[in-house]
Design a protein around this ligand. Sequence first.
Ligand code: ADP
Length: 248
Amino acid sequence: GQLTTSLLYLDGVSVSFDGFKALNELSLEIAHGEMRAIIGPNGAGKTTMMDVITGKTRPDEGSVLFDGSADLTALDEAAIAELGIGRKFQRPTVFEGHTVEDNLALALRAPRTVFATLLHRTRTAERERIDTLLETIRLTDKRGERAANLSHGQKQWLEIGMLLAQEPKLLLVDEPAAGMTDAETEQTAILLKDIARTQSVVVVEHDMVFVRALGVKVTVLHEGSVLAEGMLDHVSADPRVIEVYLGR
Ligand code: ADP
C-alpha cells in the first residue's frame, strides 16, 4: 500500500451487480479534517460508494484504508462503526417519543467504544456535552420538545447531533437537504460548515445550491469512477461534467 496521510483512501474499488459495474476502479482520498461533497447523476455510484465505506457492500476489487487501520473491506459493518465512521442516511432516524435532549443523551450513552463510555460517565460532563451539541445543531430552544414535534429539517439536525455524540472520526451524510425548505437547506449548510471545522465529513448531495453553499472541494462521480474533482465553479465548467449532467 501507499504511504498516505489521508483519513480515508479508496484504492481501485470495483463493485458489480450481475455484471454491471456500479463502481469501476474508484479511487478517492479524503484528508484529515476535510469536508468533501460527492455529486453525480443518478446511478453514478454514490450510494454504493457509501455502502462500501461502511461495510454494507463488499467490493469485488480494491481496498479502503481508514485512519491508518487495516483494509476496511475485510471488516463487517459493526467493526467499521467502532473504528469511527458514522453514517447519516437520507431519512431522519430519531426516537420520536423522546425529547430532543433525551435523544442526545441516548446517543451519548450508546457510544461506539467502552472508552467513550468512560469519557461520558459523569452526568455533569454529559450535561455540558448535550448543551454543546444542542448549540451545534441549533436546537437549544427545542431541548424539551418531543422529537415527533420537530420539523423534517430539525429531525435531520437532531440525528446529526446524535451521530456527533458518538464522536466519529468521519461523518458520512447522505443528501441532508432532501425534502428541506429553502431556509432549512441554508441553515443545514451553515451547520455542516460549522461541524466541519472540527470534524471530517463526506456529503453526498444532489442540490447544487446546497453544494455551492458548502464551498468545499467536490468530487463528481460518473459510471462508478471519478469524472472530475475540484471546487464547484471549476468542475461545473468542465465540458465532461456538463455533458454528463445536461447532454442526454
Ligand atoms: P447513486 O447513488 O449515485 O444514484 P447507486 O450507487 O445507487 O448510484 O447505483 C449505481 C448503479 O448500481 C445503478 O445503476 C444502480 O441501479 C445499481 N445498483 C445499486 N445497487 C444495486 C443492487 N443492490 N443490485 C443491483 N444493482 C444495483
